[in-house]
Design a protein around this ligand. Sequence first.
Ligand SMILES: C[S@@+](CC[C@H](N)C(=O)[O-])C[C@H]1O[C@@H](n2cnc3c(N)ncnc32)[C@H](O)[C@@H]1O
Length: 195
Amino acid sequence: MIEEIKTKALKEGVPIIKDEGLAFLLNYIEEHDCKEILELGTAVAYSAIEMASISKDIHIDTIEKDEEMYTQAIANIKEAGLEDQIDAWFMPIEEFRSDKLYDLIFVDAAKAQYGRYTEQFLDNLKQDGAMIYDNMIFHGLVYDVDNISSRSLRNLVKKIIKFSEMVHNDERFDIMKFDNIGDGILVLTRRKSGT
Ligand SMILES: C[S@@+](CC[C@H](N)C(=O)[O-])C[C@H]1O[C@@H](n2cnc3c(N)ncnc32)[C@H](O)[C@@H]1O
């Protein structure tokens, strides 16, 4: 069933996480025993279903603002029998508020907003939790930004580069970057006090 969701998504041009990125994410969840997960950017719930399928103890809140995507996501979650584990929220991420603390926040929505999302959800991250960001090399375009002819695309890619530099220089965080995994993955954790 998950293969069908993936095939359909790829056929219809729905942007879902690449295989290597997904493998990294699932491995991270298992290794760090993540149970409460917040996902920014549901699309058709492909990654949410994959994450929830790791263990019955995992719960996911996932946010999507596109109605068509959300409707498809709800249908896919139901078909996968994961309604108890996945709560899909139909709203702009910017409006989502919660008191919950998460082990993992998977950031996979508007790339230009990664800095904003970090600040918005930092208080929802457990002390030893992590934020994982996808598309950090944006199809390799971050390496060749000056040759991007579309101005809007160039600006978007510049924002991704700026975000990467910003968190790198932010003393609150430790980051690990994996440019060679999928479309580029960044893992952000809180720096332990005193270091
Ligand atoms: C890359 S896709 C998510 C893919 C999904 N995580 C997966 O791998 O299966 C990004 C999604 O984020 C949604 N999105 C973008 N900006 C958003 C916002 N501000 N609020 C809510 N959803 C947003 C888009 O509509 C799109 O469906």
